[in-house]
Design a binder for this molecule. Structure first.
Ligand SMILES: C[S@@+](CC[C@H](N)C(=O)[O-])C[C@H]1O[C@@H](n2cnc3c(N)ncnc32)[C@H](O)[C@@H]1O
Length: 308
């Protein structure tokens, strides 16, 4: 069976199970969106790919996406979409400990870039990291200088390590289950799953609620994504939501905080958030739905084929 046939069968079974009747046009609309956006259940393995700043990333064949932006550059994305907008570099000057909650360890790039800059600012800073990853990659490309040593150190610290300056634990498994084992008060959350349509289980309002319970009131949740659905969920959960800057050809990201000030969004972004049918939360009430189920239910709401 190929991807297209699989998606069509999946949609038919889903509708039957939920006793949802769609007319032909509605069915074709949802199927078209699934074919455009859903992951490839038959995709396997990863392939290396260069990025604009000279570093390498990997492309994941199931998600059909790179781990980092190729057009922005992996290091530049890590710095400008995660490290800088999370404001941990400013906090590092005043605090003795910085706590990072890292959603999607991946290749460990965001963490390596964060540690390098944090320790440049305050060499005696203690950094505590809780990370989640369901699929650890064996041959991770090592970042170039000046991140090389720190990146190697992070990789060899997985899944668990503690010394005077670094405490890290990577929970291996589905983050939706693993996060419940953790109590934390993060200064920063690096939310770096694959994109919301491909990896919806990590972008639902219900998963974000678990993150809200583990972030400091003055902490910052940051992501490369500017998804309307994700921004809407954050707002519904009581976060203030703003934008981080574009990097290269990569669009703006999102910065959110419960109590600390966030950079403003542009008029156009606010308008879309208020009016677009896509500005609806993805839902996973028991944190156990299959990713495709989450995506189909979301699309049915977007196209108004379900009672709201
Ligand atoms: C974009 S990559 C992360 C890149 C990483 N932050 C870095 O700096 O190298 C997304 C990661 O999320 C992981 N992931 C996807 N779904 C997950 C889930 N349900 N639970 C835990 N990890 C998941 C993927 O395996 C992948 O490694």
């Amino acid at each position: 069976m190929n991807r297209e046939t699989f998606l069509e069968k999946y949609l038919k079974n889903f509708l039957k199970r939920k006793e949802i009747k769609l007319n032909e046009e509605a069915f074709n609309t949802i199927l078209r969106e699934l074919k455009r956006f859903a992951y490839n259940p038959f995709g396997e393995g990863v392939n290396p790919a260069p990025t604009a700043d000279g570093s390498y990333t990997l492309i994941h064949n199931k998600y059909g996406e790179p781990y980092h932006s190729q057009t922005a550059g992996a290091i530049r994305e890590a710095y400008w979409k995660f490290v800088k907008p999370s404001r941990i570099l400013e906090k590092a000057k005043k605090k003795e400990v910085i706590k990072i909650l890292d959603i999607g360890f991946g290749l460990g790039y965001n963490l390596a870039v964060a540690l390098k800059h944090l320790w440049d600012i305050n060499p005696s800073l203690k950094v505590e990291i809780i990370s989640f990853e369901k699929e650890l990659i064996k041959d991770i490309p090592i970042l170039p200088e000046p991140y090389r040593e720190i990146h190697k150190r992070i990789i060899s610290a997985v899944p668990e390590h503690e010394d005077e300056r670094l405490k890290i634990k990577v929970y291996i498994g589905d983050a939706r289950k693993e996060i419940k084992k953790v109590e934390f008060n993060a200064d920063a959350v690096f939310h770096d799953a694959f994109s919301p349509y491909k990896n919806p289980e990590l972008w639902t309002c219900d998963f974000l609620k678990l993150i809200k319970e583990r972030i400091d009131e003055k902490g910052y949740w940051v992501s490369y994504s500017s998804s309307l659905s994700v921004r809407k969920s954050l707002i519904l959960l009581g976060f203030k939501v703003g934008s981080s800057k574009e990097v290269g050809r990569k669009r703006k990201g999102t910065v959110a905080s419960l109590k600390a000030p966030v950079p403003p969004m542009e008029e156009e972004e606010l308008r879309k958030l208020a009016l677009s049918p896509f500005a609806k939360p993805m839902r996973d009430e028991n944190l156990s739905k299959e990713p495709l189920e989450i995506l189909i239910e979301y699309l049915l709401k977007v196209y108004n084929y379900l009672p709201q």
